[in-house]
Design a protein around this ligand. Structure first.
Ligand code: ZN
Length: 155
């Protein structure tokens, strides 16, 4: 990574860490999940509102470090408008970028602005900070699926 690109990525993390986007709770129609990273003390709640198969709103509340907050902020921006399967593909890409020694993500992938998080992979103790929002998001999505299935089974 060139220094210039490294600086750009750092700026994105600092910006989202200090001014998180979509940092609020959603109402009763939303599904949510809570996640905790005991290593750092990060606590996060991710809220999703689905419109059919599409994520209409994604927000979060957190008591978390700058890396975790920035990851959650970038995540909510990336998730809004995606279908369930597109969002899960993105989850796989981000997890690979952060945790694999040889990430499968290439320059042309759908990862876009989330690449700003890639520098975190060099700091193993911070990787959990960056992945926490994503694992929490998956739990919220599963919670929605369970709610949908149980609503259908009672018809
Ligand atoms: Zn953290």
């Amino acid at each position: 990574m060139s220094d210039e690109l490294g600086t750009l990525y750092r700026d994105v993390i600092v910006d989202h860490g200090n001014h998180p986007r979509n940092h609020r709770a959603l109402g009763d129609e939303a599904v949510s999940a809570e996640g905790i990273n005991p290593l750092c003390g990060d606590e996060i709640t991710v809220y999703l509102r689905l419109d059919g198969d599409r994520i209409a709103e994604a927000t979060f509340e957190s008591q978390s470090c700058a890396i975790s907050t920035a990851s959650a902020s970038l995540m909510t921006e990336a998730l809004i408008g995606k279908t369930r399967s597109e969002a899960l593909d993105l989850f796989d890409d981000v997890r690979s970028m952060l945790t694999c020694t040889t990430p499968i993500v290439d320059e042309t992938s759908r990862i876009g602005k989330l690449r700003a998080l890639s520098g975190v992979s060099a700091y193993p103790t911070r990787v959990k900070c960056a992945t926490l929002p994503w694992h929490t998001f998956r739990e919220a999505l599963d919670a929605d699926r369970c709610a949908t299935i149980s609503a259908e089974s009672t018809k």
